[in-house]
Design a protein around this ligand. Structure first.
Ligand SMILES: [Zn+2]
Length: 121
């Protein structure tokens, strides 16, 4: 199978995991909120049982805590940043082995641990 097709299937499988769609919707709503200040970032870690908790911080201080049950992390990019995953986002996915969804007002990307980045919205 072509490598990009394997990645696309892995990304689609991730998006259907329990809790992921709900967390995604909440983060999209936050990213689109007119009340968000330029540095506000929302982030969450989705666990294998589908549970998650949304945290609020700013781009400089947000730390996403993960454990062995974490299947996926997600965070928003404020409007003052590029919607694409940052080099740090890509490095962190590779280091932890945990995929990362980056949600912004106009776009959404999935970073896989192999460094691939797929635009999903
Ligand atoms: Zn980021």
């Amino acid at each position: 199978m072509h490598a990009s097709l394997i990645v696309a299937k892995a990304v689609l499988a991730l998006l259907t995991l329990p809790g992921v769609h709900q967390a995604e919707g909440l983060l999209q709503a936050e990213a689109n909120s007119p009340n968000v200040t330029s540095l506000t970032e929302y982030y969450t870690a989705v666990e294998s049982d589908g549970s998650f908790k949304i945290h609020r911080g700013d781009e400089a201080t947000a730390i996403i805590h993960t454990d062995a049950q974490t299947v996926l992390v997600m965070h928003t990019h404020p409007d003052c940043y590029l919607p694409q995953p940052s080099p740090q986002d890509i490095a962190e996915a590779a280091r932890t082995g945990i995929p990362d969804i980056v949600v912004s007002r106009y776009a959404e990307y999935v970073v896989m641990p192999d460094g691939s980045v797929t635009e999903v919205r």
